[in-house]
Every structure is written in structure tokens, then in C-alpha cells.
Design a protein around this ligand. Sequence first.
Ligand code: GDP
Ligand code: IMO
Ligand code: MG
Length: 431
Amino acid sequence: MAGTCVVGLQWGDEAKGKIVDLIGDQFDFVVRYNGGANAGHTVVVDGKTFKLSLLPTGVIRPATTSVIGNGVVVYPPRFFEEVDSLARAGVDLSKRLFLSDHAHVIFPYHMEEERLAESSTEGKIGTTGRGIGPCYQDKVGRRFAIRVGELLRPDHLRERLAQIVPFKNRLCTAFADGNATPKVFEPTALADEYLGYAERIRPYVTDTSRLLHEAVKAGKRVLFEAAQGSLLDVDHGTYPYVTSSSSLPSGIWSGSGLPAKNVKRIIGVVKAYTSRVGRGPFPTELDDGIDGYGERIRKVGREYGTVTGRPRRTGWFDAMAVRYTAALSGADEITVMLLDVLSGLPELKLCVGYDLDGERRTHFTSDAYELERCKPIYETLPGWTEDITTARKLTDLPAAARRYVDRVGELVGLPVSVVSVGPGREQTIRV
Ligand code: GDP
Ligand code: IMO
Ligand code: MG
């Protein structure tokens, strides 16, 4: 069976959604295995824009079955919002969208915990505010977590919330410093609210691990869609400025129940430059003012977060970072996205080393405190002035653009299989 994974090799927003959509018709199943509605995947099909946070991007392809695996954290109102908005766009998901009974449920107190942590000086990570971190904390902590399957048992849910909510109220009150007044929650009202969601969610809920095992046995083709980027992986990313799940393909086994041996091809997605939302080190960041290249890339690439609308930080391509994530993810190839955004820049820089306290480093460090002190060492390539958004084959690209793509592949040490020159499906060069 052909299991494939699409994974971002930077700090997220590499345009994974576009690649999943592009190859989605070759698969029977598309599976999300990590994260939640902190992700934001924008896909443009025939001029129509789809924005997905929680549901796999694969839902847009009518012949695929989509799965939200056990490794995902789910806020039910968001789930319905996306299902409803797709229904309005003519996408019917009944009998082809499944949600794991083992996925964990996000409650409003998770968002409150996050709001309070983010408003304290020590705890600030620059998160999306979707309750992701606190929900995963509860999952690993075991005592206060609720899984999707538990929503379907009314007496049990009422009992659990009656125990958990008073504790959460005390926690939030203790957490709040002078500036932030904590919200308090009422167990019965919360149980009523979530039991309402339970009835609507029930038809989607199943043992998705078994579903996938049966699919594999029947020879079905499965595509795994990573949320976030590899540098946000909780173990191998730039900790603590990461998300709370395993975004690397290592998350597939635990987050879907399918053993890693089923994944035969790993596609690493990179932007032709780098972006990052939230806090944390970013050695190649172009923080060069309103007339600088950083702002220009932000404007042309529309680098504003899909989930929060925050301006994304932008900078040059960091080959050190991508070589590291390419190795960790086991990527077989890379796809170079948003190349068109670099058109018109007189010269382009690629980070090929770091200067750490006067010494040259030739490998990446994911230690945020060390990375903070790394100064990029660049190689400079000429830019191009032509509009490349209508290029459909490599030979349509100006020589300087081809050279740039070749050099990115060389530095990362992997073949480039796709070059993307615009958001549309058709704005794609298959190499
Ligand atoms: P994801 O989170 O990795 O799926 O990426 P996002 O959807 O958050 O961000 C990528 C953005 O770039 C989306 O708005 C896409 O529509 C857009 N996009 C994708 N490929 C290209 C491209 O080649 N050129 C340009 N200009 N935009 C692109
Ligand atoms: P996609 O799938 C970019 C970032 C947040 C923050 C950090 C932790 O669209 O690539 P969290 O809310 O997860 O606890 O925030 O991770 N982050 C993302 N950045 N793209 C994403 O998803 C992200 N998901 C989380 O900005 O820095
Ligand atoms: Mg995104």
C-alpha cells in the first residue's frame, strides 16, 4: 500500500495544503494525525478559496475519505463551522469524514488557561490561542482529559465535568495575575453545551485506527497530512517555541495508529524563503523596516496568519534548518513553494552556515537559546525581474530562478519534485 506523508520542513505555512490538494486525487484516504485548529491551510481551486484548520485538506477532493486521527485535539464548534462552511460551498462530507473516538476534546477552560499563560511575562510563546497546548497538557497528564468517545456517554460526561470544572476554575484563579481576571465555568452548563455537540458529532465518530488498518489491508492508498512545521515539533523543534504535538512524520504512528512501515514516501514542503508566526529564534529573519525586503516578502506573499491574522515574520531561506528537518522527517524529496514571491528582488540570500560566538557552525541547533545567538552566513545569488506566475515547466523560468531552485535542492541534499509559482492548482511546475 502506498502511504505518503506531506510534511512542512520550516516553521509552518509552507503551503502543505496546496501539495495535499494537488496530489489528493491519487489517494483514497487523507489523514490528519497531529495538532488541531491552530493549523491554517489555504487552498485555491478554480479561483475558489478554501480555508481549513481542523479538517484535513483532503476533504476538498470528492473521492477521498478524510480522517481526523487520535493524535488531533478537537474543538467541536470549530469542527461544525468547517463542516457547515464546506457544505455551503457544495462539499458534502457525510460518510466520508471520520473522527477518532480517541481524539482529545478542547473545552473553553483550555483557551482560558492559555490566555492567562500568554498574558504572563514568563509564559509567552505567541500561541494561536486555540487551547491546543492546555488540551495536550491534560492528555499527557491523564487526570483531567476528555476524549471524543466520552462525549457520547451523557451521565459519564456530566460526572467528569463535575469533577474537572471546579479544579479548572481554581487553577485559572491561581494562574491569573493582577492584570487578568479569570473566567469561571459552570459544570452543568458546560455539560449541556457539549452534550448538544455530541449528538451532532456522533455520526462522524469511530475507531479510526481500525478503519485505517482495514483500509491498508484492502490495499487503499493513504495520505498523511502534517499540521504545523517540523521546527514546531514538540521534541525536535526549537523548543520551547514549538507547538504541543509531533508534527514530524514520527507522529503518524502514535497519532493515527498506523505503523510507520506503511509510509513509503515523504514529501517535504518548503517555502522559497522562510516565515514564522509567534515567538522564538529565527536566524535569517529580515527585520529591516517598512521599506525592507522582509516587509516586501510579507506583502507580496500575503504573509498574515490564517488563524490569527498576525503578520508573519519573514526572512531568507535557511538551508541549515531545512537540512536538519529533511533528515529528521526522512523526506525523499522537497517541493519549493511561493517562488513567485521572490520575483523582483535584486539579489537573494541562502543561509549556508551560522556564526556562533565567532565560530562557524555547519549544522543546525534546535536549542532555542543557542539558536538565538547564531548569526547567519549567507551565499548570495542573483535575482530575476520577470513575472513567473505563468510558468508551467522549468524551462519557462528565468535562468536565475532555475539556478536558485537548483541551489536550494543541492544545499538541502534532496531532489526538488515540484516548484510552485502561485496559489492556484495550475500554477505548478512538476519537475
Ligand atoms: P500551510 O499551512 O502549509 O498549508 O500553508 P498556508 O495555507 O498557511 O500558507 C500558504 C499560503 O500561500 C496560502 O495562502 C496559499 O494559497 C499560498 N500559496 C501556496 N502556494 C503558493 C505559491 O506558489 N505562490 C504564492 N504566491 N502563494 C502560494
Ligand atoms: P500550519 O499547519 C504556523 C505556531 C504558533 C506559535 C506556536 C505554538 O498552518 O502550518 P500553538 O497554538 O500551536 O500552541 O502555538 O506554533 N503555530 C503555527 N505557525 N503554522 C501553523 O500551522 C501553526 N500552528 C501553530 O504561531 O508560535
Ligand atoms: Mg498555515
